[in-house]
Design a protein around this ligand. Structure first.
Ligand code: AMP
Ligand code: ZN
Ligand code: FE
Ligand code: FE
Length: 278
C-alpha cells in the first residue's frame, strides 16, 4: 500500500482537476493522496468527495511559500480545517500577492520579446492560483522554449530575467496559522532551502521545530539517496514525523508521475497519529 502526500491540481498549477487526480490515484492503486495546492485550499472539497465515492483516502492540505533567504522554503499543512477563518484570510493575502507578481512576470517576458497576453494566461489558469508553470506551459506551446525546465532555466527561475518576487509570510506565521487551523505543518522538499552546510540545515530545522513544525518531507523525487538519509537523521534528531510525495503537477512538470516514489502507507498513519483536535 503506497501513498503520495504532495499533489497539485488545477486549483494551483497542476494539470489534473481534483476529481481527475483522485481517479488517477485510484487507477495507480494508491491507498491515499494529499492535495497540496499552492496558497489555496479550494480544491480539497472536490477531492475529498471524489475520494469518498471512489474509496480512496484523501487528506486535505495546502502548500505555503514562505520567506527564506538564499533559497526556497515551502511549508505543507495537512489535515487543516477547511473552514478556519484565520487560514482563509491568510491565504487570501497570499493570493493577492501572487496576482501582483504575475503582472510583473508578464511584463518582463514581454520586454524580453516573448509575446504572451494576460488573457492567454487567464484562459490557461481557469481561475486557479496562477503560478510560473502556467507561464512555462504557454511558452512551450508557443515555441519560445523546449520544455518547462527550459522555461525555468532561461527565464522563470529565482534570479532569472523574468523572475519577480512576491509578498510572503515568515515561516513562523505560516506554521502558526496551520496549527491554529488544526493542521500539521511539514517542511516540504528541504533541498530547495539551499543550505550549504549540515550546521546550517540543522539550525534552520531547529528554528522551525521551535516554531511548531511537526514533520519533514524526507522522500521527494528531487532528493539524492544521500540527502534522503540525511533528512531522515535530521527528522529523528528533532522528533519530526517523516512524509513523502512526488510534488505531482501532471503535464505542468515533466518526468514526475503520481505515486512513483512508492511511499509506504505507514507514513500516513504516523501523520494521522499527530492529528490535533482544534
Ligand atoms: P510559483 O508558485 O509561481 O512560485 O511556482 C512554483 C512552482 O514552479 C513549483 O511548484 C515548481 O513546480 C515549479 N518550479 C519552481 N522552480 C522550478 C525549476 N527550476 N524548474 C522547474 N519547475 C520549477
Ligand atoms: Zn507548483
Ligand atoms: Fe513546493
Ligand atoms: Fe508542490
Amino acid at each position: 500500500m503506497y501513498i503520495d502526500l504532495h499533489v497539485h491540481t488545477t486549483f494551483s498549477d497542476g494539470s489534473f482537476t481534483p476529481e481527475e487526480v483522485v481517479i488517477y490515484a485510484k487507477s495507480k492503486d494508491l491507498a491515499g493522496i494529499a492535495i497540496t495546492d499552492h496558497d489555496t485550499i479550494d480544491g480539497n472539497m472536490e477531492a475529498l468527495n471524489t475520494g469518498k465515492k471512489e474509496g480512496i483516502e484523501v487528506v486535505q492540505g495546502v502548500e505555503i511559500s514562505v520567506e527564506h533567504k538564499g533559497g526556497t522554503m515551502h511549508i505543507l499543512g495537512y489535515f487543516i480545517d477547511l473552514t478556519d477563518k484565520g487560514l482563509i484570510t491568510f491565504l487570501e493575502k497570499l493570493q493577492n500577492g501572487r496576482q501582483e507578481r504575475n503582472f510583473q512576470i508578464l511584463k518582463q517576458l514581454n520586454n524580453l520579446g516573448i509575446e504572451i497576453t494576460y488573457e492567454e494566461v487567464l484562459e490557461r489558469s481557469c481561475g486557479a492560483q496562477l503560478g510560473r508553470p502556467h507561464f512555462a506551459s504557454i511558452m512551450v506551446e508557443k515555441g519560445y522554449v523546449e520544455s518547462h525546465k527550459d522555461a525555468f532555466n532561461r527565464y522563470l527561475k529565482k534570479g532569472g530575467p523574468a523572475y519577480a518576487e512576491r509578498a510572503r509570510y515568515y515561516p513562523k506565521d505560516a506554521i502558526n496559522v496551520l496549527r491554529e487551523a488544526g493542521g500539521i505543518p511539514v517542511l516540504a522538499h528541504p533541498f530547495t532551502l539551499n543550505t550549504r552546510t549540515q550546521q546550517e540545515l540543522r539550525a534552520v530545522v531547529k528554528k522551525l521545530a521551535h516554531f511548531g513544525l511537526m514533520g519533514i518531507e524526507v522522500y521527494s523525487p528531487d532528493h539524492t539517496t544521500k540527502q534522503t538519509e540525511n533528512y531522515l537523521r535530521v527528522a529523528e534528531q528533532f522528533g519530526l514525523v517523516v512524509t513523502g510525495g512526488t510534488d505531482f503537477h501532471g503535464a505542468n512538470k515533466e518526468n514526475v508521475d503520481l505515486g512513483s516514489l512508492m511511499v509506504p502507507y505507514r507514513y500516513l498513519e504516523m501523520l494521522k497519529a499527530l492529528k490535533t483536535v482544534k
